[in-house]
Write a protein that binds this ligand. Sequence first.
Ligand code: AMP
Ligand code: MG
Length: 499
Amino acid sequence: MSDLVAEARPDTADTAPALDWEHAFAALGPAFHTELQPSPLPAPVLVSGNARLASELGLPEGWLHDERTVHQLTGNLVPEGSRPIATVYSGHQFGVWAGQLGDGRAILLGGLRTPAGVQEIQLKGSGLTPYSRMGDGRAVLRSSIREYLCSEAMHALGIPTTRALAVTSSPAPVRRETVETAAVVTRVAPSFIRFGHFEHFSARDQVAELRQLADFVIDRFYPACRESDRLEGDPYANLLEQVSERTAALVAQWQAAGFCHGVMNTDNMSILGQTIDYGPFQFLDAFVPGHICNHSDERGRYAYNRQPNVAYWNLFCLGQALLPIIGEQERALAALESYKTVFPAQLEARMRAKLGLTEAQPGDRELIEGVLQQLAAGAVDYPIFWRRLSRAVADDDFEPVRDLFPDRQGFDTWLRQYRQRLPSDRAAVAAGMLRTNPKWVLRNHLAELAIRSAREGDFAGVDTLLRLVQAPFEEHPEHEDLAGFPPDWASTLEISCSS
Ligand code: AMP
Ligand code: MG
């Protein structure tokens, strides 16, 4: 096969596994998408392939490493039976209506029928689309590696997310602040529909398409909305309520994990309540509640501690978009109410689990707020605190935890309450905590180290990190050097929207 495949063309080789495609989203009709071909990239190589996900999808071993696969996952060959499209959506960016956006650099190959159900396969960075606006349709290697690793890290932590099957790269130059190189991430999800898809048709008064999209989402993903007698039996209000609840549960998980999304625009909110569109995300190192991970977010709209409110604001936009088919404003508002109870309840449950407390008791909220106050006051390293606390409970030696806090007295006061509250079977509690508080978190500097090597053509660091974040509760003593506090230079890393 030549290094540069001049034009993406259907792949008809007999050796390729028979991929079983369906095209339900495309069948919605031309108002929802544009058919197109991905634009080829020269000399693609596989940076990393996710064997675990490939196996979940029923793809044969070795498939990821096949040269033909590498071309398919770069957009140089279109698998037989695929029908590539880019979808149209709009959205609010940084609180302002941005109008039409759409898949500017993502191309949906279709839905693959797999042992894990129908999974849509999307190539991110595979060339211009009608929705590229001023962009080049490309993604750079650094941000593709970050998305790939973080999707799998989140999944292993049990946080709903789109998945990532592979990253391929090409020496083709891509201009950002400097000249970088192109890469493509293969993303996998049951659907990539965003709040912004609904906002798009609503803003244009295309009520028939709005209803068609809502029906599609209900039929495929929320069938119970049709049977529910809640909210006066209105399926669209029920959809809004279900999405509110899933989003509340998702953001509670983000907060508990110390995850900052960085760009919670409405076009980056999944209708399935999954984490989607990894850009300038960050897992907290020090616990700084007002931390802003996105260097482009000058006002801190998407700071860590604002995420819960922003999610509600985004749901409100979704509610407004659905109003033409819900009809009654009161009903839409009632559907959104669930967020206000589900979010705090979910957050409390997640934090309780981090503390090893399986059953709720009065006073838990104070205990949780107490530890977060101490962590914030000392800007204590968030992942290390939780992992050390888990070990301390097992050994009944809290000195290594205490060492993390500049205000020992304040911490001791909290610790006394916590030890009184701990169930007596410490070994069981500790085992639960060690399965809840990961040792391996995709910190910015770890991703950065893997990216620096990958830029030199050494992809081993990416594979190592993938293995660590895919088993985040295991010790992996051979990589202890990567498990410590972030180096000083980590705080100088600037991650922006540029990707
Ligand atoms: P994001 O901030 O990454 O969620 O992107 C917002 C919008 O800009 C989406 O419609 C993207 O498809 C589009 N976009 C981002 N980067 C590019 C690019 N390099 N080329 C084309 N479109 C892009
Ligand atoms: Mg986006």
